[in-house]
Every structure is written in structure tokens, then in C-alpha cells.
Design a protein around this ligand. Structure first.
Ligand code: BES
Ligand code: ZN
Ligand code: ZN
Length: 494
């Protein structure tokens, strides 16, 4: 779908969309077009259930007296309370509606909504939401009938502030390219996306100005990354660790770091998962997908920040060479781990990726992202990602970024009492803490590898994939996290 911004005038063809609250008829555009169409709009409002609510849509086919093929009146809800995220969601809903409305062209005429938000920001948010919703992962659908494909080819957002809106949107569009990369990575099946092929895609970020390094197994062995390597040892696919660097800030500034779990398929290993739903474990690389998409977003919007992204890429398979329950591994940090359950593999991968990141880059802060536990879905469902940190400043900043971006996060606790649950008789720790507080004991495990660098762990297991459609995405990969972290970087570094 093509998207553009234009001045506030009626289109010569295609669908015309007007936005209004319950007092629609007082809106100057609505009144003008009502007059031009011989009262068609007011008549339709009266004879329908349209009440200006946020999800109300009134569709007037081919009203006479105007050039547009139809007029759509979309409800705004309670205008006084509308935020950027509300306009994004409205843009997403409209894009969905227009995609099957039949006309290849649509113009949203935006004016006098009454919202307490600059017009250019309203226009930009509508565009962002529409683009987010228009993403499709259809490369493997070779037989999709034309009747199922979206009809909308071009969306125009018309407003008096179109130049300003266009310039705001150029930044959002850069971030969207990151979100779409994340969705592509998460959607790919594990026969196509495995550690080496993922690393190749990460290497292509070199074209965006990112420095990319790929460590192979031999190099990781030399560094002592036996926790990460143990997870991958049962797979025919070699493991990889990818480092991506964006140096847009002051060269004297220490970077901030993002670290991602990239299990390209999680069978559970010898502690094998049940067959039902196992196909979902192709998106167990979601944390790494977010970090990779974020790096693209930051590079394309030329963020004034120094950022390091590190992703640990492994495939967790059962085989004659696979790690066994009870095996003890020595991590890069020197700490030893008894692997009680080979399905608690994400924390083993992150243990070495986190240690490596703080050891090599001395970041001011470190945020890891991982589809780490099923338990976080029991706690928070699919509305909020759970985050863990001992740093009040980071916590406040992350919560705010969640609120502003719409990628919502909720804080979970850390405490010594939970930490004790992973103490172990034979080694420094075990990789599971029992049934109780599963997401928290996983976080406590990771904390032991943060070496006291200000650190946040975000468990995104409930967020990277959706079985239901949403205003901003279809079923499937959501792209959650990229906009959250982009906002976090923007507010703190530029
Ligand atoms: N990748 C899973 C977590 C997961 C589960 C993500 C469901 C998304 C949806 C992780 O590696 C795992 O298997 N965790 C175990 C830990 C347990 C063995 C302590 C879990 O959550 O059951
Ligand atoms: Zn697992
Ligand atoms: Zn996993």
C-alpha cells in the first residue's frame, strides 16, 4: 500500500473518509458534504446506529453531487481523551476496512477533530497505524484468490499540516521498516530461518550502516560459552552469536545494549515438548527478532545514540549428541549450571550472551528480550509483556515508553527469596526453580549473569505472536517490542 500526505481538499476519485464524534453534523467538512449530497449524510446518520463511537463506521455508497466513489464516516469516540496511540489504532481499523472495500484509492480528510493533539501528529499517527495493519506475510501463499487480496493500493492523508505530517512520518516510517523486519523474522518457519540464515539476514543490516560481526561455534568455544553451545549441541545446525552496532552518538559515550534470545526452534530438547502446539516454537527467536528489527529502526532513523545489539542463535533439538538433563556446564562467566530441564534453554543462551555483552562493551545499561517462559502468559496473558529490574530509573523509563508506544509492559518482582530457589547441590545453580513463580526464577537466573550492570529482562512470550487479529496487526507476528525500545532510546539518548 502506498501512503502519502496531501493538502486538505476533496479527492477527485476514490473513497473519502471523514472522522467525527457524536456531534458529527457540526463538523464543517461533514456539514459541507452533507449539503453537497443533498443531506445524504445526515439522513444516513439518523437511519443507522452510527453514534460517533471509536469503532463506528458509516459507509455511503456513491452519493450524488461529489466526485468521491463513496463517503465513509468513522467515529472518533471521546475526542478530548484521544492520544497518539488512539489515532494509530483508528488508522489501523480504517486500513482494515478499506482493504476490502473494493476501491484502490482512499483519502482520509482530517480537520477539526477537536482532539487535544497537534493536527500533524494526528495525521502521522493515522498513517502509522494504517501501515502497521497493512503488513502481510504472504510469500508462501501461492494460490490465494484475487478476491482475498487487499484492494486498497493507495491511502492519502489530507490535512492543512500535510508537510509537517510528512516529515514526522518519515521518522515513523524508518521505525516501521524495523517492525516489519521483526515480523518477517518471527513469521519464517524454522526450515528457512535457522542460526546461520538468521545471521545472514542480520549481516544485511550492513546496508543500513550497522556494523555486524558473526561469531561461529569455534570462536564461542574459545570464549567459554558452554551454556549457549550446550543448547545447540543436539542440532545439525551450527549455533551463532551476532553483534550489531549502531554508532550514531558521541564516540566517547558508552553504548546501551539489547540482548535477544534467538532459539530458532525449541523442541524442548531431551526434555521434549508435547506435539500439540510445538509448531509455535518457530517464534522462540522472537527476542532476537526484536533486537534485529530495533537495530534497523535506529539506523534508518539515524538515531543519535550508540547502541549494541547481541543475539544468541541456536536450535534446541533432541539427538544422540543433545545435552542431557543433569549435565553440568560452565558458562563464560565461570559460574556452573546443572541443566535439570533442557527445555529451560533460553536462560542458558542468554547467560552467555549477557555476560559477553557486559564484558566486551561495558554498556551503561542492558535490556534483554526473550520468549522465556510459558508462565508469563499465565500471569499477564497477551496484553502486557512482563519486565524485571532492580533499577528504578530504568523501570520508570521503560514503563513510560510502553505507555507511549502502545507496546505495553508491566513490572514483575525480583527478590532474594526467589533467587534461592535456583541454588543447587552439585553446581552454582540449576536452570529451573520449580513450578512456583516460573517467570521470576527465570529472571533471577539471568540476573546472575548481568554482573551488576543496570539491567532489565523483558519476557515477551505472550506478545510476539497473536492468534487473534488486533487493530494494528493481523493474526501472526505482532512486531511487539521494536516501537517500545525505539521510544525508550529516543527519550533517553536521541
Ligand atoms: N520457549 C519456551 C517458553 C514459551 C512457552 C514461549 C510458550 C512461548 C510460549 C521456553 O524455552 C520454555 O520451554 N520454558 C519452560 C521453562 C520450564 C521448563 C521451567 C516453560 O515455560 O514451560
Ligand atoms: Zn524451552
Ligand atoms: Zn524456548
Amino acid at each position: 500500500m502506498k501512503l502519502s500526505f496531501s493538502e486538505a481538499k476533496d479527492p477527485k476519485s476514490g473513497v473519502l473518509v471523514l472522522l467525527a464524534d457524536k456531534d458529527a453534523i457540526q463538523n464543517p467538512h461533514v456539514r459541507r458534504l452533507d449539503d453537497a449530497t443533498g443531506g445524504a449524510i445526515s439522513k444516513a446518520i439518523k437511519s443507522s446506529r452510527w453514534g460517533g463511537q471509536a469503532t463506528d463506521i458509516l459507509d455511503l455508497l456513491a452519493p450524488s453531487g461529489i466526485d468521491a466513489s463513496r463517503i465513509i464516516l468513522a467515529g472518533l469516540g471521546d475526542v478530548k481523551t484521544l492520544k497518539v496511540t488512539d489515532f494509530e489504532r483508528l488508522g489501523g481499523r480504517l486500513a482494515k476496512y478499506l482493504q476490502s472495500a473494493g476501491d484502490p484509492l482512499a483519502t482520509i480528510l482530517l480537520d477539526n477533530t477537536g482532539a487535544d493533539l497537534p493536527l500533524a501528529e494526528q495525521a502521522c499517527a493515522l498513517a502509522t497505524g494504517a501501515m502497521l495493519r497493512s503488513y502481510r506475510f504472504d510469500k508462501y501463499r501461492t494460490k490465494e484468490p484475487k478476491s482475498k487480496k487487499p484492494t486498497l493500493k493507495e491511502l492519502v492523508i489530507a490535512s492543512a499540516e500535510h508537510k509537517k505530517a510528512q516529515s514526522l512520518f518519515s521518522v515513523e516510517n524508518a521505525v516501521l521498516s524495523g517492525v516489519f523486519l521483526t515480523r518477517d523474522l518471527v513469521s519464517e518457519p524454522a526450515n528457512i530461518l535457522y542460526p546461520e540464515s538468521f545471521a545472514k539476514i542480520a549481516q544485511s543490516l550492513g546496508d543500513d550502516g550497522i556494523e555486524v560481526e558473526v561469531l561461529n561455534e569455534k570462536e564461542m568455544r574459545k570464549l567459554g560459552m558452554n551454556a549457549l553451545l550446550g543448547v545447540g549441541q543436539g542440532s545439525d545446525r551450527e549455533s551463532r552469536l551476532v553483534v550489531m552496532r549502531w554508532n550514531g552518538g558521541d564516540p566517547a559515550d558508552q553504548p546501551i545494549a539489547f540482548v535477544g534470545k534467538g532459539v530458532t526452534f525449541d523442541t524442548g530438547g531431551i526434555s521434549i515438548k508435547p506435539a500439540e502446539g510445538m509448531e509455535q516454537m518457530k517464534w522462540d527467536m522472537g527476542g532476537a527478532g526484536i533486537v534485529t528489527g530495533l537495530m534497523r529502526a535506529l539506523a534508518r532513523r539515524k538515531a543519535k545514540a550508540n547502541v549494541v545489539g547481541v543475539i544468541g542463535l541456536v536450535e534446541n533439538m533432541p539427538s544422540g549428541s543433545a545435552q542431557r538433563p543433569g549435565d553440568v556446564v560452565t558458562s563464560m562467566s565461570g559460574q556452573t549450571i546443572e541443566v535439570i530441564n533442557t527445555d529451560a534453554e533460553g536462560r542458558l543462551v542468554l547467560a552467555d550472551a549477557l555476560w559477553y555483552t557486559q564484558d566486551r562493551f561495558k554498556p551503561t545499561s542492558m535490556i534483554d528480550l526473550a520468549t522465556l517462559t510459558g508462565a508469563i502468559i499465565i500471569s499477564l496473558g497477551h496484553e502486557y509483556a512482563g519486565y524485571f529490574t532492580a533499577d528504578e530509573g530504568l523501570s520508570a523509563a521503560l514503563y513510560k515508553a510502553g505507555d507511549q508506544s502502545g507496546d505495553k509492559v508491566w513490572r514483575m518482582p525480583l527478590a532474594d527469596e526467589y533467587d534461592k530457589l535456583i541454588n543447587c547441590d552439585i553446581a552454582d545453580m540449576k536452570n529451573v526453580g520449580g513450578r512456583a513463580a516460573g517467570s521470576i526464577t527465570a529472571a533471577q537466573f539471568l540476573k546472575r549473569f548481568s554482573n551488576d550492570v543496570p539491567w532489565v529482562h523483558i519476557d515477551v512470550a505472550g506478545m510476539v505472536w497473536s492468534d487473534k487479529e488486533h487493530d494494528l496487526y493481523e493474526k501472526g507476528a505482532t512486531g511487539f517490542g521494536v516501537r517500545l525500545l525505539d521510544r525508550y532510546v529516543r527519550d533517553h539518548k536521541g
